[in-house]
Design a binder for this molecule. Structure first.
Ligand SMILES: *Cc1c(COP(=O)(O)O)cnc(C)c1O
Length: 466
């Protein structure tokens, strides 16, 4: 399988190279040159497989010759063996129509473990094959950071530098990053918002002074391998609810548009997806873009769902590329315009391509609390604020009653205990696997929101490519 850049100006790469590269050299994002497609019979044959086996089967067409089927399966078994639930991503029922897909049983309690546990193993595999080193630079609004750090802590050939917006992640989120005492882990608290931190990471990829000395890669959701791993649980849930004979809709608490784009990929592969509901909080650039074609950056408002406090959604570019007819050079032009004015209109083709599968909804603080309360009082389920936004959007989407609607539970409620307690009166306890988090020692540096300072810190602490 070959991968092409959404901006049409970078060489096509295979899966191994794309995994290590992250962002394309022309500033675009890699997508498969074409979508692999499963027939109805092939999808039906996936029903009932254990998660790791399902994962290997769904991902094999994307991996191509970069890993043998046996090796891919072994990596999936290692990655998903670390989950605290035997089903890996168990499906629970709310009511006749609504379901909850629990994606938070990994080591750091957020759905990002599903992709990152595998990505860490892919890095180790490909780097030792090539005898190379990698410097991971990432920006996190909370959950990516801890999941990425957990996935690569202690790896020989990898250093990780994780930027988070100072004071804007929860205590649990911060501690999950800063208490990992591995020599290859560096946490940086940056003055500013997540978008400021993300902009610095993007800039570093284009900084020859850095890229000449270090092989810099990303682990945020611009990395294709992450999206690929997330496609699997859409299959897992839909198969349990009757696919391929029955259609299923999904509601996805959305920030960077990675998770919901994985649902789009599943649909492209032949999974019968009725609708993908993009659920946002008040930081609603995606809701505005999908409802009236107006993609304009606002200012970030901090909410109780910080992993969705994002105004520029990197992965949206992948949808604009695919739905808009895959014209990389035209998209490069459109994105240049956006980078200058922080606003753009979607083309008609992009709007029509998106509206065939996507709808969107925005939840404010009251909607979010009401959804947490409903889940608690009517279904005896404690859900986190991100998941609550998804549930709110699911319940008001107007999907025909015969079609199941699955809300993706993206974080464990214990990660956001204060917000959950305010809404439901119940304070979720930390699961045993991270129970001593508040006794562990923290380690991180605080830096101003200034690119040169951050680059200098990284240059000082990273191991050159060799
Ligand atoms: C990262 C995250 C999201 C947003 O996912 P995207 O792939 O960025 O859209 C939603 N909820 C939680 C808990 C997250 O950690």
């Amino acid at each position: 399988m070959q991968y092409v850049s959404t901006r049409g100006g970078a060489p096509a790469l295979d899966f191994e190279a794309v995994t290590l590269a992250g962002l394309a050299s022309d500033g675009g994002l890699y997508v498969p040159a074409e979508w692999p497609r499963f027939s109805e019979g092939e999808i039906a044959a996936l029903a009932g497989l254990p998660y790791a086996q399902l994962a290997a089967r769904v991902m094999q067409p994307f991996v191509g010759d970069s890993l043998s089927p046996e090796r891919l399966l072994a990596l999936c078994e290692a990655a998903y063996g670390r989950f605290a639930h035997a089903a890996v991503t168990p499906l629970k029922q709310f009511d006749e129509q609504h379901w909850l897909l629990e994606l938070f049983h990994g080591p750091t309690l957020a759905f990002k473990d599903v992709a990152l546990q595998l990505l860490g193993l892919l890095f180790a595999e490909f780097l030792s094959r090539r005898e190379q080193r990698l410097t991971i630079v990432g920006a996190t609004s909370g959950d990516t950071g801890s999941a990425a750090i957990d996935a690569v802590a202690g790896l020989d050939r990898v250093d990780i530098f994780m930027l988070h917006p100072n004071g804007r992640v929860s205590d649990v989120q911060r501690r999950q990053m800063t208490t990992v005492q591995a020599p290859n882990v560096f946490n940086i608290a940056i003055e500013g918002s997540f978008d400021d931190a993300q902009a610095m990471v993007k800039r570093m990829f284009g900084d020859r002074g850095m890229t000449d000395r270090f092989q810099i890669s990303a682990v945020n959701s611009i990395n294709w391998a992450r999206l690929m791993a997330q496609v699997v649980y859409y299959f897992a849930a839909a198969l349990q609810l009757g696919a391929p004979q029955r259609k299923v809709a999904f509601s996805v608490p959305t920030g960077n548009f990675g998770d919901v784009f994985a649902g789009y990929v599943a649909a492209k592969m032949g999974l019968p997806v009725e609708r993908l509901i993009v659920a946002t909080n008040v930081n609603d650039i995606l809701h505005r873009a999908l409802s009236d074609g107006d993609y304009a950056q606002g200012t970030v408002t901090p909410t109780a769902a910080p992993s969705m406090d994002i105004q520029v959604s990197s992965n949206f570019e992948r949808l604009l590329f695919d739905a808009g007819g895959r014209d990389g050079l035209a998209l490069a032009e459109q994105m240049r315009g956006f980078e200058q004015t922080r606003a753009m209109r979607l083309t008609n083709a992009q709007r029509e391509g998106a509206s065939a599968l996507f709808s969107s909804a925005r939840a404010d603080a009251d909607d979010m609390s009401a959804a947490m309360l409903w889940a608690s009082q009517s279904c005896d389920e404690i859900i986190d604020p991100h998941t609550a936004i998804g549930l709110h959007a699911a319940r008001q989407a107007g999907i025909e009653a015969s079609i199941p609607v699955v809300t993706l539970a993206t974080a464990h409620p214990a990660k956001f205990r204060d917000a959950v307690e305010r809404a439901t009166g119940t304070r979720p306890s930390l699961p045993a696997r991270i129970g001593d988090l508040f006794q562990r020692e923290e380690r991180f540096v605080e830096l101003p929101g200034d690119y040169d300072t951050v680059a200098a810190y990284i240059a000082q602490n990273a191991t050159p490519r060799g």
